[in-house]
Design a protein around this ligand. Structure first.
Ligand code: NAD
Ligand code: ZN
Length: 253
């Protein structure tokens, strides 16, 4: 831990004293210490399936019950999970900076549960379901009454309102993120492998526009290629320390 403090002090000698706009990208890694498995971690498999085989429109067409059963298993885990110190630190950061945007790839809703306000869930939310026919959206608790659930309006199949592999992002949402990222001073990328390419692209664009990129991830990721600073630590143990130092640094200067 002494090394972590030293690494943070080192970073602070290299960043401006005036930071006006801050953005965050989070991935499954920030919720790992809340007990929610990441996709690519050792516990990412369910039965014999990989997430990439279940979180697809094709898998849902083929076997909606199987896909919903997988989501129900994940929803049960997420229901019991609570935000960890990394989630709460982001709430403090949002209160501190005038311009702050939290872009999450997570669907677990833990940022909202922690108290973050300005959140964009670019991959949706696991608690929301959407009708495959009439687009009706509804929050569904777990356990579900029936699997797969059906629409209360038109009785068609409901699907999780999340972005699956091979699906397109909402264009309007992406342009809100891009606009913010164009003028962001500091971008933190926390707990994302970068195997999903759009968030990596967004971060790279911010970097090209002058943002300082700080990555927090115990392992190498696709963001590591262009991050200005990297903390190879778990989010819940390192982000609160980083924020303590950064806040002091900004208040002092
Ligand atoms: P990923 O599973 O591909 O990668 C997780 C990353 O987190 C890895 O790089 C890993 O090294 C890192 N990591 C593991 N433990 C960490 C910790 N304690 N602190 C910091 N980093 C840690 O996840 P991804 O990049 O978010 O992309 C996969 C997709 O999976 C996303 O679209 C997301 O919607 C979905 N997903 C979401 C959840 C969730 O909502 N909690 C969970 C699993 C997957
Ligand atoms: Zn419907």
């Amino acid at each position: 831990m002494a090394i972590l403090h030293k690494e943070i002090e080192d970073i602070l000698t290299q960043i401006p004293t005036k930071i006006e706009s801050v953005a965050i990208i989070t991935g499954a890694g920030i919720s790992q210490e809340s007990g929610i498995p990441t996709f690519r971690g050792a516990d990412g498999l369910w039965k014999q399936y990989k997430p990439e085989e279940l979180a697809t429109p094709y898998a849902f067409r083929k076997d909606p019950k199987l896909v919903w059963e997988w989501y129900e298993m994940r929803r049960q885990i997420i229901k019991k999970a609570n935000p960890n110190p990394a989630h709460y630190t982001l709430v403090e950061m949002e209160e501190f900076f005038e311009n702050f945007l939290l872009v999450t790839q997570n669907v677990d809703g833990l940022h909202e549960k922690a108290g973050s306000k300005n959140i964009i869930e670019i991959h949706g939310n696991i608690w929301r379901a959407r009708c495959t026919n009439c687009n009706h959206k509804e929050f569904l608790n777990t356990p579900l009454q029936e699997i797969p659930p059906r629409c209360i309006n038109c009785n068609s199949l409901m699907r999780p309102d999340v972005l699956w592999f091979g699906e397109n992002y909402d264009v309007e949402t992406l342009s809100i993120v891009q606009e913010f990222f164009q003028k962001v001073d500091l971008l933190f990328v926390i707990g994302s492998s970068g195997q999903v390419s759009v968030p990596v692209y967004l971060a790279k664009e911010a970097h090209l526009n002058g943002a300082i990129v700080i990555e927090i991830n115990p392992d190498f990721s696709s963001y590591s290629h262009f991050a200005d600073f990297i903390l190879r630590y778990k989010a819940a143990e390192s982000l609160p320390v980083l924020w303590k130092y950064l806040k002091e640094y900004l208040q002092k200067n």
